[in-house]
Design a protein around this ligand. Structure first.
Ligand code: ADP
Ligand code: MG
Length: 247
């Protein structure tokens, strides 16, 4: 059984149909890289998957449970997913430590001392133990994103959804965030990440899925989708990416 399964996801904003029946199954310990041009629907798909948007049609299954069913407890489901966006993930008025412990304590009811101990261990692991008492604006963008990823992991999610977590960063800060994603993946976390980092997708993803105009045109192992794309639209997209120096 897949950890996360999207079945026939349809989503429109007014007359703008953004997702046109997207199917995607993500097995445990797998990394799926979602690629596609700007406006192709990557963020909307991740937002639908994490129930931040309601779907117009289709289902989201988490561990086989239809969480788009109106009777499902959306809050409970969201607690089983970790979501990190492009930027502005951290609460600016909370220290780094409090950012990481907030959900485990308030939402999951874990004790403050246990959550803090675990948060400190996570921060130490990413080399930011000494920043625990700082406020986010004292951290670089790359440090903030790494804290955001650690914060998402602190609730021990079933799946981590990453939406272009490096695209708002200065180029020299991208590597440290990707290194953390790579490490999290190596530890077995199930991950879906929208990304423009094709080199990273090729190295780390088990599956690359190409979204075009709200349709999942092609998906498969990186070597296949990036190396021998079947669809002309995929080839066109990858050519543009190569021209932009991202492959
Ligand atoms: N909250 C929203 N309200 C209206 N339109 C939206 C909203 N979010 C996304 N869209 C539209 O959905 C389309 C896909 O956007 P998005 O999912 O952000 O694509 P991507 O992440 O691939 O760049 C775009 O046309 C965008 O304008
Ligand atoms: Mg996006």
């Amino acid at each position: 059984m897949s950890v996360l399964e999207l079945r026939g996801i349809v989503k429109a904003f007014g007359a703008n149909v953004v997702l046109r029946g997207v199917d995607l199954a993500v097995d445990e310990h797998r990394v799926v890289a979602l690629i596609g041009g700007s406006g192709s629907g990557k963020s909307t798909l991740l937002r639908c998957a994490s129930l931040l948007e309601t779907v117009d049609d289709g289902q989201v299954l988490l561990d086989g449970e239809d969480v788009t069913d109106p009777r499902a407890d959306a809050d409970r489901v969201r607690r089983r997913m970790g979501v990190v966006f492009q930027a502005y993930n951290l609460f600016p008025h909370l220290s780094v430590l409090d950012n990481v412990t907030l959900a485990p304590t308030v939402v999951h009811g874990r004790s403050r001392s246990e959550a803090a101990e675990e948060a400190r261990a996570l921060l130490d692991r990413i080399g930011l133990g000494d920043k625990a008492a700082e406020y986010p604006d004292r951290l670089s963008g790359g440090q903030q994103q790494r804290v955001a990823i650690v914060r998402a992991l602190a609730v021990r999610p079933r799946v981590l959804l990453l939406d272009e977590v490096t695209s708002a960063l200065d180029p020299e800060l991208v590597g440290e965030v990707l290194a953390l994603v790579r490490e999290v993946a190596a530890q077995g976390m199930t991950i879906v990440m929208a990304t423009h980092e094709m080199g990273f997708a090729r190295q780390v993803a088990d599956t690359v899925a190409f979204l075009d105009g709200g349709v999942l045109l092609e998906s498969g192992p990186p070597a296949q989708v990036l190396g021998e794309p079947q669809h002309p639209r995929t080839r066109q997209f990858l050519r543009r990416v190569i021209d932009a120096g991202r492959l």
